[in-house]
Design a protein around this ligand. Structure first.
Ligand code: LLP
Length: 431
């Protein structure tokens, strides 16, 4: 479910008009729906009811404090990848004892901080990292709870930049080496082997790679659990969402597969995986990011100019690749719709931002209704890996963010004041 729909001619987020929000707060503007976040969390958590499970929201997809607070309020745990993300969790009222700490490059300082906060587990990516955690824990006289990340060498068949579960990737420890690593780790006095973790990639729209990976890893985790008393098995994140026709498809937020054939929904995901996971008798962790936040957010932008060249109809908007980098970075598709619905013929349009790079393009030859200067456009499904990947390239301030709850809307990140863009800089003393 998501909560973006036209009421008459106007696009609404829940009971709030996006047009009115754009006028009040300016553009480019990220708008998030609290109802969608809540519904997505409840539906996924609910589908896995037969399991002892903990959903750890991968906040790398959207770490706004208000988003974290919404999910913390529903009982979510968190997947964090830096001291910064852990500190955000605390700032938003999240519980550190429900946090797992992932990432291939944890520094000593980060490990110290996480140990002091009492996190649920480190997801360990290499043996040198394991030794470092052990060393820091020994110094602090603490026991570090860890899960080692197994690389199951299963191809997730997703975009090359977001596949993680094969030996071509930097992530995890090879399937064949895991048992030896656990045996060595068991001898480290300040390490408590608490679980096993895996994550094969992001934006998976087919349940088969998940099934393949669980099938492959289940016997391993059973052996390790017996030998080392593991409590949990984390199956990672990666559940994909609808990007194409997100608005038109009625109940978006869920991949319904080609020609409406149901492939991946929380229910089909659960139907496939629960029978394999339940017999393990372990707590199951999930690390969904995009699934929870992707269709809960849009980016609203204003048309600055229409520029017609011999070949093209360029729609130049006030959002740019610094606000939403996914199309430039991964050739990602985001549905683009007018905030005030228009009739008439569709015109193939290139929607581009003002940044001085050809890559600053949101869509090429996209059929759009005729729009003009000052019109508002919404980039759909921008709640995940949108604002968090923003930058100030071209000295463009970070966009504002608003959380909607019914008729209520609150600014949950102010637009960055211009002087703050260079606020950390200075000239050198000799200048
Ligand atoms: N767990 C681990 C260990 C991960 O590396 C990730 C994502 C997740 C969970 C959450 O994956 P999700 O459920 O969101 O698919 N910037 C890219 C996506 C990068 C994903 C990185 N890791 C994009 O815009 O598509």
């Amino acid at each position: 479910m998501h909560s973006f729909r036209y009421v008459g001619k106007e696009l609404f987020c829940e009971d709030s008009s996006l047009g009115a929000l754009a006028v009040k707060h300016g553009t480019p503007l990220y708008v998030y729906s609290q109802a969608t976040l809540t519904d997505n969390y409840r539906r996924l958590h609910g589908a896995l009811e037969p399991l002892d499970r903990m959903v750890c929201f991968a906040m790398k997809s959207n770490s706004n404090l208000a988003v974290i607070r919404t999910l913390a309020g529903l009982g979510s745990g968190f997947d964090v990848v830096s001291a910064g993300e852990l500190a955000r969790t605390l700032a938003a009222g999240g519980d550190p004892s429900r946090c797992v700490f992932a990432g291939v490059g944890k520094t000593e300082e980060e490990i110290r901080y996480a140990l002091r906060q009492g996190i649920y587990s480190f997801n360990v990516e290499s043996e040198p990292e394991l030794r470092r955690i052990s060393k820091v824990a020994t110094r602090l006289r603490k026991i570090a709870p860890v899960a080692v990340r197994v690389n199951p060498n299963v191809d997730a068949h997703t975009h090359a930049k977001i596949t993680t579960g094969t030996y071509e990737n930097k992530f995890g420890i090879a399937f064949e080496s895991i048992e030896k690593v656990y045996a060595r780790a068991a001898r480290l006095p300040h390490i408590r082997l608490r679980g096993l973790q895996m994550h094969i990639g992001s934006q998976l729209t087919d349940v088969r790679p998940f099934r393949q990976a669980v099938e492959k890893v289940a016997p391993l985790v059973t052996r390790l659990a017996l030998r080392h008393g593991l409590e949990f098995f984390s199956i990672g994140g990666g559940i994909g969402i609808i990007y194409q026709d997100a608005l038109a498809s009625g109940s978006p937020g869920w991949w319904s597969g080609p020609k409406g054939k149901g492939i991946l929904t929380p229910e089909s995901y659960a139907a496939e995986l629960v029978p394999m996971l339940r017999p393990l008798g372990l707590r199951i962790l999930l690390e969904p990011g995009r699934f929870l936040t992707g269709n809960a957010g849009v980016l609203v932008s204003r048309v600055e100019y229409i520029k017609k060249t011999g070949k093209k109809n360029f729609v130049i908007v006030d959002a740019a690749m610094n606000d939403l980098i996914r199309p430039a970075f991964y050739d990602s598709f985001h549905e683009i719709v007018p905030v005030t619905r228009k009739g008439g013929a569709m015109i193939p349009s290139d929607v581009v931002g003002p940044i001085c790079e050809s890559g600053d393009t949101f869509a090429k030859d996209r059929p759009l209704p005729k729009v003009g200067e000052g019109d508002l456009l919404a980039f759909m499904s921008a709640g995940a890996y949108g604002s968090v990947m923003g930058s100030t390239y071209n000295s463009r301030p970070l966009a504002a963010e608003v959380l909607v709850h019914g008729k209520k809307a609150a600014v949950v990140r102010r637009r960055q004041p211009l002087a703050d863009v260079w606020g950390l800089e200075s000239t050198a003393p000799w200048q």
